[in-house]
Design a protein around this ligand. Structure first.
Ligand SMILES: [Zn+2]
Length: 505
């Protein structure tokens, strides 16, 4: 082996790099690690890779500054003896990088979690709002129940208490839900003793207290808004919530909300209370109320009544139309009088139903939450109350001849400035609207005839529904179910049946 040293204290070795000889020069004070790096760099391999040097005899040569020298003709071969080993610095660097990566990932995770938390919080807030409203309603219901209990306990008439309890239990089973003002359900069985519940008629009825009216807002299309003003409006294609929205629109459109300074939420509550105080009769129900009010609205537009009547008069017409059959029991005045019902006794056989409708209307208005007239002056309220009562009472067909005769008399020299003439005109308007089904298109008016006949029939034979109609309906439903079952079985059999052509194969 030749000398690799020099006068400057440098040393050198020769490496065989795939047949090419590479000289590596290093100082005498060079460290082993540095020398290792120099050799690796010369060979173009990772400094961390463990290597061995092999001489021409195949012997392993130690890699350190004091290693044996070689010559250009006897170069060392480099053998990799393992995978690259990270240096401490590299390890630290790698750890730092992985920590940074983790931190960045964690930052992203935090952002994702923050977004998720935000959406969950928003959802929880929504639920909290909904639950809060429920709690408010529950609380109000509790207060109502407490007030009723107090009323019962303070009522001196024990019979009255038991009757009131019975009345409340009937209400709680009512399929329509909600609260009602009925003090007189007029079931034929309860009519035999009209004096029994007279005292109970004085109790203050419950009101549907809801902070936010329950019916969802129905957005009226321009087409519907236009159709609402026509007598051809098809009243059968609307659900209750939609009819409520239509009524709400009418009150806004006629300027009554601004004229009477009505809180829009109170208007919603009032409409809801009106709806809930119509019973589920075949004819005298909320849809009939809607029909009459819609016809009144249509007549106001068609006849330009806004030019003739004051806004207050228009309000009287619309409120009276909406309330004119409130809590109608489905039995007419003749029945009330003949059966000596609570209403007939209370109102001395004089328009008992109409008096009751008007009374219920003002019971609803006596509750602040449903009082759409809370924004008018005392004088205006008195005027509106008088007007609404007059109009509702005028819907009693027993007074038809009398009202028509007056109107005919006034027509000879009608004076729009004469309050009496105008009062009779308003009476005629509500009377016309009340029986206006016949002027609607046949497909709209005809179903009402069936409804009227059904209600009349049930009035004549109050037990008929229970004893005959209900069992017949049940039987019909049962046979319809059997028929459907039979049809399904037949279809299944024919589907399961293997075609004849397949058998031959
Ligand atoms: Zn009516």
């Amino acid at each position: 082996m030749g000398s690799g040293g020099s006068a400057l204290g440098t040393r050198s070795i020769y490496l065989d790099l795939d047949g090419r000889v590479q000289q590596v020069v290093f100082g005498s004070r060079c460290s082993t690690a540095h020398l290792n790096d120099l050799v690796c760099d010369s060979a173009g391999i990772n400094r961390c890779t463990p290597i061995s040097l092999i001489d021409s005899n195949g012997a392993t040569v130690s890699l350190d500054p004091g290693m044996p020298y070689n010559t250009h003709s006897t170069p060392y071969k480099i053998i990799q003896v393992g995978t690259p080993q990270l240096s401490q610095r590299d390890t630290i660097l790698r750890d730092c990088l992985s920590q940074m990566a983790e931190q960045i990932a964690s930052a992203f995770r935090i952002q994702e979690q923050r977004t998720e938390f935000s959406s969950r919080i928003a959802m929880l807030e929504k639920r909290l709002d909904a639950e809060g409203l429920k709690l408010v309603e529950i609380d109000k219901c509790k207060n109502d129940i407490r007030a009723l209990k107090d009323k019962m306990m303070n009522c001196p008439d024990r019979k009255c208490n038991s009757n009131l309890t019975r009345s409340l239990s009937v209400h709680s089973n009512d399929t329509r839900g909600g609260a009602h003002y009925s003090a007189n359900r007029n079931s034929p069985r309860s009519m035999s003793n009209p004096t029994l519940t007279m005292a109970c008629l004085d109790y203050k009825p419950r009101t549907p207290r809801r902070d936010v009216p329950a019916y969802p807002k129905y957005m009226l299309s321009q087409e519907t808004i236009h159709a609402l003003k026509q007598p051809t409006f098809d009243v059968w294609q609307w659900e209750h919530n939609e009819m409520l929205s239509c009524l709400e629109h009418m009150f806004h459109d006629l300027g009554l909300v601004s004229e009477f300074n009505i809180n829009p939420i109170t208007l919603k509550r009032w409409l809801l209370a009106v709806q809930e105080n119509y019973r589920n009769n075949p004819f005298h129900n909320f849809r009939h109320c809607f029909c009459v009010t819609q016809m009144m609205y249509g007549v106001i537009h068609h006849c330009n009544l806004q030019e003739i009547f004051t806004a207050m008069d228009l309000g009287i017409l619309m409120i009276a139309a909406a309330c004119h059959d409130l809590d109608h029991p489905g039995y007419n005045n003749a029945y009330q009088v003949n059966a000596r019902t609570e209403l007939a006794v209370r109102y001395n056989d004089v328009s008992p139903l109409e008096n009751h409708h008007a009374a219920v209307a003002f019971h609803i208005l006596s509750t602040p939450e449903t009082n759409i007239l809370s924004g008018v002056t005392h004088h205006a309220f008195t005027h509106i109350r008088q007007g609404v009562i007059e109009l509702i009472l005028s819907t009693d067909m027993a007074r038809h001849g009398e009202i028509l005769a007056s109107f005919r008399e006034y027509l000879k020299d009608f004076d729009f400035g004469n309050p009496e003439h105008m009062k009779v005109l308003k009476m005629m308007l509500i009377k016309c609207c009340d029986i206006s089904n016949e002027v609607r298109p046949m497909e709209v008016s005809e179903p009402w005839l069936d409804c009227l006949l059904e209600e009349y029939f049930m009035q004549l034979f109050p037990q008929m529904e229970e004893t005959m109609v209900h069992p017949l309906r049940e039987s019909r439903d049962h046979y319809q179910e059997l028929s459907v079952l039979q049809e399904t079985l037949s279809k299944k059999k024919s589907a399961d049946k293997v075609p004849e052509g397949d058998d031959a194969k």
